[in-house]
Design a protein around this ligand. Sequence first.
Ligand SMILES: [Zn+2]
Length: 220
Amino acid sequence: MADDQQTVNVDGVTLDLVVVRKRVKNINARLNGNTLSVSAPRRVSKRELSEVIVQLARRLLRRSRAEVVNADGAAEEIAHKVAARFDRPPKVSEVRFVTNQTARWGSYNTQTGVVRLNAALKLMPPWVLEAIVAHELAHSFHADHSAEFWELARSVCPRTDRARAFLEGVSWLASSWNNLPPVERGQLIGSRESDETGAPERSRRATGSQECFGFGSEIR
Ligand SMILES: [Zn+2]
């Protein structure tokens, strides 16, 4: 018997929620498209249930997102390409983008040879992803971050240090975003003021000042 039907919002995604109270031991959830179906024991309180639902929804959303992100085989493809630059083939058994790795950009398991890549890397410039792949593959020869490790990583990927700086910037922005004052946040996303005639501020400025480090400039 369905005793509740509403929506649940997780990390900006709204899901239709169907909760059924049943004679079950645990709370179970299934995600089908945008509908989260939950079965729960009758004894569980509404409040407890809603907390668990958010956790289950997040886990299922991340899992289904991981499938989408990995569907095109891009992770294996880039790993294959980068592996060919090493003098000896690195030990790699599996390369996958993951959606549950929030504090790291990548990892390499020296026991299993499994490489995990933060799925957000797939949205960044290809050379950044390439540098992280080179970094993780270099760990198959050096399990630490010794001078020898960095030498190898840089020899395989000369943009290693540039990619680290790029990712430091990304991490900084991601962790500061919610605390930025609205004006500075607007500056970062490029909201532009208009003068009375409606002409964008940029064209007024164009003759007077040299634009340094414009946001649109390509990093190569
Ligand atoms: Zn490392």
